[in-house]
Ligand binder design. Structure first.
Ligand code: ZN
Length: 301
């Protein structure tokens, strides 16, 4: 999807150079940061928008720094959507500066703030998309933002936003049912970084991780040892790595378990902060959620 999107972006730029601006007017050019944001905006914008997704598969949004080319893409867009709550921690300045010159929205701002998790005095948890129902609240806000930009088609955006919410509502029920099939004692998700707290709350599964809610800091020996203790004590049978996070920390945990003669399997790779490759089922938000749930249920049940 990303390639296609970039190509259409180029075509538009070429059309602009040739003075064929009329055609350009028919689409809203929208730059999005993560795949989850781009998926929502593309679904609601339909064929009236051209979405340029900055962060591809395997890209860690906590660590992503916008290159000069990325900044140019953001500047060219008519609107910008990002995830928010400091997920794009290294883009804070550029996003604030874009907000002064064009409509710029964080999906997090469309979501009930009282349902946002935080770590006591620490930062708010940005991984909202792991609670499918909570994330779906963003759709209404995106629909309204698009309608304000393109009033003539406001009804279309509202309709598609509602359809997207309905689909996600069904997906939420599906995830709830699937996770409930794991016996309670085994319902513990051990992952590379602490991205799954919303998933934990929404679907009643305990979570533990090597790193905190950002991947910015390296895990300490103490963190690793504590997790090894936890896995051995609770008899956890599988742990998971994440597609966008360096597996080094989890490797150390597995070695620690092996040294303690506790057998623990690699449950597979979860899509946490980035979706899968375009054109694959996990290259969409809904497909990514389904693939994660399939991987988790298979390894833990
Ligand atoms: Zn994360």
């Amino acid at each position: 999807m990303r390639k296609l999107v970039v190509i259409s972006g180029l075509l538009l730029a070429v059309a602009g150079c040739n003075g064929q601006g009329a055609q350009q007017q028919s689409h809203i050019r929208i730059a999005c940061t993560t795949g989850m944001v781009a998926d929502m905006v593309a679904n609601i914008g339909g064929d009236r928008v051209v979405v340029d997704q900055l962060m591809g598969p395997d890209v860690d949004p906590h660590l992503f720094k916008a290159s000069l080319e990325d900044v140019a893409r953001l500047r060219q867009a008519d609107m910008v959507f990002y995830s928010g709550l400091h997920l794009e921690g290294k883009m804070t300045e550029i996003l604030a500066s874009l907000g002064k010159s064009k409509p710029t929205f964080a999906i997090a701002d469309f979501i009930q703030s009282r349902r946002v998790l935080s770590d006591g005095s620490k930062a708010q948890d940005p991984h909202l998309w792991f609670d499918v129902q909570l994330w779906s609240q963003g759709a209404t806000g995106v629909g309204k933002a698009l309608a304000a930009q393109d009033k003539a088609n406001a009804a279309d955006y509202a309709k598609r936003a509602e359809e997207y919410r309905d689909r996600l509502e069904k997906l939420h029920d599906e995830v709830t049912k699937q996770i409930a099939t794991i016996p309670r004692k085994q319902r513990v998700l051990v992952t590379s970084h602490d991205a799954f707290r919303y998933f934990s709350r929404a679907y009643d599964i305990e979570v533990e991780s090597v790193q905190g809610i950002s991947t910015d800091d390296e895990p300490s020996v103490k963190d690793i040892n504590e997790l090894v203790d936890f896995i051995c004590r609770r008899g956890i049978k599988a742990v998971f790595v994440e597609s966008s996070v360096n597996p080094r920390g989890m490797k150390a945990v597995l070695e620690g378990c092996a040294a303690r003669k506790h057998k623990v399997a690699e449950g597979g790779t979860l899509y946490s902060d980035a979706m899968g490759r375009p054109g694959t089922p996990e290259g969409t938000y809904e497909g990514m959620v389904r693939r994660n749930v399939e991987t988790i249920v298979k390894a833990l049940r």
